[in-house]
Write a protein that binds this ligand. Sequence first.
Ligand code: NDP
Length: 481
Amino acid sequence: MNKNKLTTSWGAPVGDNQHSMTAGSRGPTLIQDVHLLEKLAHFNRERVPERVVHAKGAGAHGYFQVTNDVSKYTKANFLSEVGKRTPLFIRFSTVAGENGSADTVRDPRGFAVKFYTEEGIYDLVGNNTPVFFIRDAIKFPDFIHTQKRDPQTHLKNPTAVWDFWSLSPESLHQIMILMSDRGIPATYRHMNGYGSHTFKWVNAEGEGVWVKYHIKTEQGIKNLAPKVAVEIAGENPDYHTEDLFNSIEEGDFPSWKVSVQIMPLEDANKYRFDPFDVTKVWSHKDYPMIEVGRIVLNRNPENYFAEVEQATFSPGSFVPGIEASPDKMLQGRLFAYADAHRYRVGANHQHLPINRSKSEVRTYQRDGQMRFDDNGGKSPYYEPNSFDGPEESPEHRPSTSVVSGLAESVGFDHHDHYTQPGDLYRLLSDEEQERLIQQIVASMAPVTKDEIKLRQIQHFYKVDPTFGKRIAQGLGIAIFN
Ligand code: NDP
């Protein structure tokens, strides 16, 4: 068959793709035009459900290259020798907006990295901020409801946003970063990425350390002034998506330096903050940055849907040498991400080319919707078996850890939500502080209940009294009689 011949989805040649089959030139369309039926029916099903969060995104392919030997901390094969390169795919995103929303809004940015290692997929599913609004996954659906649309008006609702934040003071640190200049990056290329959570690295001797990832832009941090961002949102809502694609297309490949902070396991109980609390950072002075490697993005997707929309990242996709920590937010995400993809893309989402491991996948999983490979053929489909089916490798058992305590619904055992946001406030220049305050005032002004404003001002006052006073002043609220 001529390779340019149009076919139906079942492979038969199409006789006419421009005219429906009708009963005479002016008569009704015939149901026997099965090519038309198939074309319309498939079109109706072109969308998969959009992600509830991180719906609007852009992605690109590239590589990670090791620049420093960290094998004394981790046996992860892709980090095993200086110079080693591993292909990767990154998806950047905003969080709260829908798939068609503007790129240049004030919002954290997703920074999800998929490493195609020789020992399977490793997903580092981070953000452009080192902390998060909440530290227990049980609060996530409520938090996101406040970021999404009001059920009655279908509008964004600043009262809900600040009500939740003022009643969840652990959010302060992330609020400060979001309202600072870094809340609107100039492009996806001009922002940092962070693993945010604490993870565990384990070396070949089975010794562990706690680790935090920092992915710093080599383009330099650049941000957009709010007024400029609003103008761009009107003129070109896809500004960041376009910038990433065009830069790579023009050969101007964005790059990032990857570093880690390493904490000895025994420090976790002694450190002045809970190192598994994702609303906190580890001071650079206490745990200095150790270089690991470099990320370069050098290839655009050929097809947005196949590569960007269908990409599925899960913080639970670990490889030997990298493990979870007790971070309560991470523990919830270990379930929620893979589950979102099973719902959104399907039970076999990991078989899609963008998600599939480059190393051979050998499981006893079978069947499920859209299982489009040979489904394991006639090979053994249960374990244990006597037919040479794949077997576990005991050397890859995860490291052990001691856990103790009562099984109960319990909060964190410390409540200092103010020191680190205060440190951040005080490291900003006078101009940066002024812009931060202006931004918070503008964001809080539409809140309809004074009780909420007052409660939040008290938190800002505890961060730094001058800061709290200036916000109160900006909102025209007297905090001292
Ligand atoms: P350092 O002075 O060593 O680090 C300060 C950090 O602040 C730098 O990483 C800098 O990033 C970052 N920074 C500067 N402006 C902003 C901003 N508007 N939003 C977010 N980050 C910004 O001090 P410490 O390690 O003791 O941390 C002090 C405070 O800095 C923390 O409480 C935290 O709020 C903030 N911070 C700390 C990080 C950490 O991992 N320790 C990471 C990011 C922020 P850069 O080098 O790119 O300019």
